[in-house]
Design a protein around this ligand. Structure first.
Ligand code: FAD
Length: 412
């Protein structure tokens, strides 16, 4: 079989799925990655004895394409509680799905987070999205999440105290302007599965793929330029390529500059015990405050826990343009005053301006377009999710395999 030389730029989830699929079908690729580890936006680093995810990130076990490509049962997943602890004006309330999280039934029903009607609407919406297919959801007339929630009849109280902080932490924007299709998709995924994090941190996911499928990656090899039939790495090497798969999320499908949602992620350590015992998210429902959510990775990172100490992840979505040191001061003040935490020691700070690409309307269809021997790929062409990255990877690999079969037929 005559083989095209395929170069993949980027070892994020999309690039890894393309490489895995092609390798499983007997095709070799050259995979060039600018960093010294795989995963792109899904990474974990080690510091001060802790494993730190580069931005708080979960995977949703119901994601259909993630399930298809990653044997999730091999990742040592820790499910998060199906609910959240809401912090509001020095009060806390645990709410959640009473069918899946022990001990939240009464607090959910009697909480002042939303009316009884809101709780009935949540059950109704859960039943509805379970009936809809993912494709049907992405055909839903486009509007913002905020418009959808209001039109569905949810009270301002539950929108402000639950939906807004919860989905701000997911979409990484605090106006809920994100397409309602994305909201319905994520809501369906929460209704049908769990939010989970591997014990070793979110970066275990790409690390697993690399190891399991023997994917060879050329690390620290940023591509500086590309043209018809070649790429040039930053050290000046020109690598010829019959086909290039470019997974760098730099421009949208119509070559426009991408817009992004991002976040600031602080990691603090403090002496045990934890403020929230189980692996559950803590939401700040006060819109005047900067901290959006907190989570204790030390509630799951068993092998990396430091005895007697806890690791706390704190996410800020809207920093009101404060610089790092100002922001740090405000965050610590809020953690002390609103969450009653003390003895906090900053372990690390990540600023991640490009976390979730803004794709409006969000899409679920991926059409492979090859222009001058280059195929653009990535979540940003559909919707900002691991599921979209896996789907894009699968479709591109299938397209390449079809091409190879035609070429093979011609050479026989
Ligand atoms: C903080 C945060 C939270 C998130 N939360 C969630 C979540 O809860 N659930 C969810 O589903 N999704 C979440 N996401 C989004 C999810 O991580 C992405 O959808 C997914 O990782 C996209 O994968 P990708 O391969 O398409 O893109 P990337 O991961 O961006 O991959 C692109 C790759 O190209 C490499 N690259 C860039 N330039 C070059 C170059 N010049 N030469 C060579 N290589 C290059 C990059 O280093 C990277 O490895 C989150 C993302 C972040 C950052």
């Amino acid at each position: 079989m005559q083989q095209n030389k395929i170069v993949i730029i980027g070892a994020g989830l999309t690039g890894l799925i393309v490489a895995k699929e092609l390798k499983n079908n007997g095709l070799d690729v050259v995979l060039l990655e600018k960093l010294d580890q795989p995963g792109g936006r899904i990474r974990t680093i080690e510091k001060n004895g802790w494993s730190l995810d580069v931005g708080f990130q979960v995977l949703l076990t119901a994601y259909p394409y993630l399930n298809k490509h990653v044997p999730l049962n091999r990742l040592e997943l820790q499910n998060l509680d199906a609910g959240a602890t809401i912090f509001y004006k020095k009060r806390t309330i645990a709410i959640g799905d009473p069918l899946r999280t022990k001990g939240v039934l009464l607090s959910t029903i009697f909480s002042n987070v939303g009316t009884l009607n809101d709780k009935l609407l949540i059950f109704k919406l859960q039943r509805t999205v379970k009936k809809w297919s993912v494709d049907e959801i992405f055909e839903y007339p486009n509007c913002s999440t905020m418009e959808y929630l209001t039109n569905y009849g949810f009270s301002d109280n539950i929108i402000q105290k639950f939906f807004k902080p919860f989905f701000t932490g997911i979409f990484l924007e605090d106006k809920l302007e994100t397409s309602a299709r994305m909201f319905l998709f994520v809501f369906k995924m929460f209704a049908e599965g769990n939010a989970a994090i591997p014990h070793g941190g979110i970066g275990s996911l790409p690390q697993f793929l690399v190891k399991e499928y023997g994917i060879k990656i050329h690390y620290n090899r940023p591509v500086a330029a590309l043209g018809k039939g070649f790429v040039v790495t930053s050290d000046g090497e020109k690598i010829s390529a019959d086909l290039i798969v470019d997974t760098r999320p730099e421009f949208s499908a119509d070559h426009e500059e991408l817009n992004w949602n991002g976040c600031h992620n602080f990691y603090f350590e403090h002496p045990s015990p934890r403020l929230i015992k189980s692996p559950r998210i803590g939401l700040n429902a006060n819109p005047q405050k900067l901290v959006n959510n907190i989570f204790y990775p030390s509630s799951i990172l068993v092998p990396h826990s430091k005895k007697g100490m806890e690791l706390l992840s704190v996410t800020v979505v809207n920093s009101h343009r404060l610089g790092k040191s100002e922001l740090e001061k405000v965050v610590i003040k809020e953690l002390i005053e609103d969450f009653q935490l003390s003895n906090l020691n900053l372990v690390h700070y990540f600023f991640i301006p490009k976390a979730i690409p803004v794709v409006n309307p969000s899409l679920n269809q991926f059409t492979v377009i090859e222009e001058d021997g280059v195929i653009k790929a990535g979540d940003y062409l559909m919707n900002g999710s691991q599921n979209a990255a896996c789907k894009a990877g699968e479709y591109i690999a299938a397209f390449i395999l079809d091409k190879e079969k035609i070429l093979d037929g011609l050479t026989k």
